[in-house]
Design a protein around this ligand. Structure first.
Ligand SMILES: CC(C)(COP(=O)(O)OP(=O)(O)OC[C@H]1O[C@@H](n2cnc3c(N)ncnc32)[C@H](O)[C@@H]1OP(=O)(O)O)[C@@H](O)C(=O)NCCC(=O)NCCS
Length: 200
């Protein structure tokens, strides 16, 4: 099956088609959340779409249908997700993973088109060439998405709940190729081959 990855605008018909895909994907277990797509529309318009490094892509079928979508931005202090993760990980891990980080905020593929490699292609396009040193994300630990993330080189940094009594999420991170500054924080040495960083 052929598809194309293209930039996704943050409003209009194509964005609404992407949200419809998102709604369908997240209405399935374990998320079973039909409202989340509306929250994403609001967040993109009011916050996420204005963040530094915001980029969004969709996968489209040859007939123009949207099959999947993703977006992300630079992860910075003052952002809800960034601060929630910073509160639970060790300072040394924070220095490595969150001081120059690109957040993969959302990714979804229409259920009928999952397992064809579209999710992987969307993620690879999203993070290609971003200047940050790492890519970070969270995913429910009872979903299958983390298997894909592991195959893409992400490692688990922590498991946490964002709300008391809420579902556990894996926080995952991956080093990115040195497209940008490529610098590590003081005292941190890069080891790209091992996809790891050493402190000291
Ligand atoms: C997570 C998600 C985006 C992945 O999208 P996808 O297009 O299915 O991803 P891929 O096809 O690239 O990879 C998924 C699986 O298909 C397999 N696959 C990839 N290409 C394949 C191909 N050509 N043929 C068969 N299988 C293939 C991968 O090995 C992977 O296997 P896994 O299920 O063991 O992990 C999608 O499942 C989804 O929308 N899920 C619901 C929402 C969600 O969980 N989003 C992430 C929240 S953090």
């Amino acid at each position: 099956m052929a598809w194309t990855i293209e930039p996704l605008p943050t409003s209009g018909a194509r964005f609404e088609s992407a949200l419809a895909v998102y709604r369908e994907a997240f209405s399935r277990p374990p998320y079973s959340d039909t409202e989340r797509a509306n929250e994403v529309r609001t967040r993109v318009a009011s916050q996420h779409g204005r963040r530094p490094g915001f980029r969004a892509f969709c996968a489209t079928h040859g007939d123009g249908r949207v099959l999947g979508m993703t977006y992300g931005y630079r992860s910075e202090p003052g952002q809800w997700w960034h601060d929630a993760v910073a509160a639970v990980i060790e300072p040394a891990a924070y220095a490595i993973w969150l001081t120059s980080a690109y957040e993969l905020a959302e990714v979804a593929v229409a259920p009928a088109f999952q397992s064809f490699g579209i999710g992987r292609a969307l993620i690879e396009r999203l993070i290609a060439g971003v200047p940050e040193r790492t890519c970070v994300l969270s995913t429910r630990s009872d979903s299958n998405a983390h298997r894909l993330y592991r195959r893409l080189g992400f490692v688990e940094l922590a498991e946490m709940q964002f709300f008391a009594g809420g579902h556990p999420f894996y926080i995952m991170g991956r080093l990115l190729p040195p497209a940008g500054d490529g610098t590590a924080p003081p005292g941190v040495h890069r080891d790209r081959n091992a996809n790891s960083l050493a402190i000291g």
